[in-house]
Write a protein that binds this ligand. Structure first.
Ligand code: ZN
Length: 244
């Protein structure tokens, strides 16, 4: 690491999904210098990795105020997660609930590794803020998305690297409807439209079926959550701004 850690810089965990894209906008609204990091963990559907590149390019073009702050993008190889074990996210399995109450889309250790790798990269880049889209409000109960986990990990990485890096999770306590609302506040219709077109959430990797809320199969848990959140947001928007 060259020089001091900068509190004006942020590193955003950007997967190409809706939540992390809103986190990216949130960071661009607050910090002068924003870098992004994605992870290749041999996810079953590579479409996320393609979406994230397109989204970054279009964000740079469409938002002149944010473009100068949008800096390096990094993709780190975490293929080790595929070696460790099979889940519905990395192998071709049906999505179902396990006996422990967690869906088989849960990848054990995933967010712990993501955040640790991101904090290490932030150390190398002299960045004092790491931003992630973890949310404990209406997701599948993933224990590594809970605030307690994030706070414990923040303590661990800072003890382990002798740093004062903040792990910021702006979506932690809001639901999917409020995430769309946050996007609207940050970047208006242009950001909402970009999220619909270029972010990917669907667990089964569907980019063929276009709905009001974007592309996806429409029936997997991630699509259902995204659709329900968008419908609530769209209804609220109609009430606030009646269509002319
Ligand atoms: Zn789906």
């Amino acid at each position: 690491m060259d020089g001091e850690f900068s509190k004006d810089k942020a590193l955003v965990l950007f997967s190409g999904g809706q939540d992390s894209a809103v986190c990216l906008a949130w960071a661009l609204d607050r910090f002068d210098h924003v870098e992004t990091v994605g992870f290749d963990y041999r996810q079953r559907h590579r479409v996320e990795l393609i979406c994230r590149q397109t989204f970054l390019l279009r964000m740079g073009v469409r938002f002149a105020n944010w473009s100068p702050k949008l800096k390096a993008d990094h993709v780190l190889d975490l293929g080790i997660m595929s070696e460790i074990g099979s889940t519905a996210m990395t192998h071709d399995l049906d999505i179902k609930m396990e006996d422990n109450g967690l869906p088989n889309t849960f990848v054990p250790g995933r967010n712990l590794m993501f955040l640790t790798a991101a904090a290490a990269l932030a150390y190398r880049r002299g960045i004092a803020n790491v931003v992630g889209g973890m949310c404990e409000t209406d997701y599948s109960g993933y224990p590594d998305c809970r605030l307690d986990t994030i706070k414990a990990l923040e303590t661990a990485v800072n003890l382990g690297m002798a740093t004062d890096i903040e792990l910021l999770t702006p979506l932690m306590h809001i639901d999917k409807q409020a995430t769309w609302e946050m996007a609207q506040e940050l970047g208006g219709d242009r950001l909402v439209d970009l999220l619909i077109e270029e972010t990917h959430t669907c667990y089964v990797g569907d980019r063929e079926n276009r709905h009001a809320w974007g592309y996806g199969c429409g029936t997997c848990p991630a699509c259902e959550l995204r659709a329900a959140g968008y419908e609530g947001f769209a209804a609220m928007r109609e009430t606030v701004q009646p269509a002319l």
